[in-house]
Design a protein around this ligand. Structure first.
Ligand code: F0G
Length: 402
């Protein structure tokens, strides 16, 4: 599968350009992950003044020929919101939430999906497929609809938020479930794409997904007018941490920035194979039965673990682990003290701040990866509808905010 002029697809393991076993999948020679690399010049003077919908204003940094028509829903460009009350609680001065729940389908997946569905369209793909804990499914379904290509999503039997499944159905995807968790769903998808070349793989093993998601780094730099000291984000299949780090590395390579953030990847206690490898110094071992309330990151065998370990290591960052109780407490505080309704996985980086003890003067960006409206099953706090017997019973409620 060729890349346009000015780009190459390289294996991160053996460094070869040997080609792929499947379109835009893993290296044919050694089976490792692929990465898109740019070989042409990037003009830093016009870096932030490009035109186009969503991520496509950075088109010069995306691996597409100039005449390719993007499949876009105007993804990206999400707000960077200062969260002062939470900051005070965790002893920080400059804490920001990159509110990716405001993307077209309500999660960070949309930047990468725009790029990868555009790629699929240029290849003439007949059907797009992914395994998902919910958000990738919703995003794929929407972008496939926009492109006029069939979408198939494979989800674990239990635990996918009803709002995310509802989105996939609404956008017209076929939805299949497997016994077991996300890792089994992804294994099933791999099995199918190997056997049937009508299906194009849309999980974040696809390097074109990473190309779209790297734009998050450009946006953060542009919004802050500086590079933050830390970027803290939840890690599931480990695509986003790899993508954002790639974005910052490119900004440095092209002379747009000269400092770099430390990347902190946060996993839930019962689903933390990457954090376990990093803290023990032992080789990465997948976890058989990941468990956490944060269903989006309930993943035991993150496909991009190597890229994530590089991102954390190269940036001088670290991995952090948070309990389900800590996640839910952070989620409650974000909604009730900041007006920011995120899903459980997206509260994990905020939960981690409580114990990370980052320097008070550091500027810290947490990626709020997904919108809490997709999953209201765990909204906690006061969910009792009180009976308005008379106007006095309502009047008595004043000042009783939790
Ligand atoms: N946050 C949310 C809300 C997610 O949906 C995911 C992943 C992550 C964080 C972790 O990102 O996988 O790039 O490390 N969700 C995938 C899905 C697995 O199928 O929607 P990652």
């Amino acid at each position: 599968m060729s890349t346009p002029e000015g780009w190459e697809l390289v294996c991160i393991g053996c460094g070869s350009e040997a080609g792929t076993e499947l379109p835009d999948s893993t290296c044919r020679r050694c089976g490792d992950l692929l990465e898109v690399r740019v070989t042409k010049d990037i003009d830093r003077r016009t870096f932030f003044s490009g035109e186009g919908p969503g991520i496509w204003r950075f088109k010069q940094t995306l691996p597409f020929a100039p005449d390719v028509e993007p499949v876009s829903l105007e993804e990206g460009g999400t707000p960077l919101v200062r969260t002062n009350r939470f900051a005070t609680r965790v002893g920080l001065h400059k804490l920001y939430a990159k509110n990716d729940g405001q993307n077209p389908t309500g999660s960070f997946k949309d930047r990468g999906m725009s790029a990868a569905v555009t790629r699929a369209k240029t290849l003439g793909s007949k059907a797009l497929i992914c395994a998902s804990t919910g958000n990738t499914a919703a995003s794929l379904a929407a972008y496939a609809a926009k492109a006029g290509i069939d979408a198939v999503v494979v989800v674990p039997k239990a635990g996918v938020a009803s709002g995310k499944l509802g989105q996939a159905f609404a956008y017209g995807a076929r939805v299949f479930e497997v016994e077991g968790n996300f890792d089994q769903a992804l294994a099933t998808v791999f099995d199918l794409v190997r056997k049937d070349d009508r299906f194009y793989l849309m999980n974040s093993v696809n390097p074109f997904r990473i190309e779209g998601q790297k734009i998050t780094a450009y946006e953060i730099y542009e919004q802050l007018a500086s590079v933050p000291d830390y970027v803290v984000l939840p890690v599931g299949n480990a695509g986003n941490i790899s993508a954002i780090w790639k974005g910052f590395k490119e900004l440095r390579k092209w002379g747009v920035v000269d400092s770099m953030p430390k990347m902190i990847g946060v996993q839930a206690e019962g689903a933390a194979p990457l954090a376990a490898a990093l803290s023990s110094g032992k080789p990465f071992q997948p976890l058989k039965e990941p468990r956490t309330v944060a269903s989006a990151i309930r993943i035991g065998n993150p496909v991009s673990w190597k890229k994530a370990i590089s991102a954390i290591g190269e940036s001088g960052g670290r991995a952090a682990v948070v309990s389900d109780a800590e996640i839910m407490e952070a989620k409650r505080r974000l909604s009730q003290e900041e007006g920011l309704l995120v899903e459980a996985a997206s509260a994990a980086p905020f939960a981690a701040l409580i114990k990370l003890n980052l320097p008070r003067e550091a500027s810290v960006v947490c990626i709020a990866t997904g919108n809490g409206l997709k999953d209201l099953s765990d909204h906690g706090g006061n969910h009792v509808i009180e009976s308005a017997v008379d106007s006095d019973s309502i009047a008595s409620s004043i000042g009783s905010r939790p």
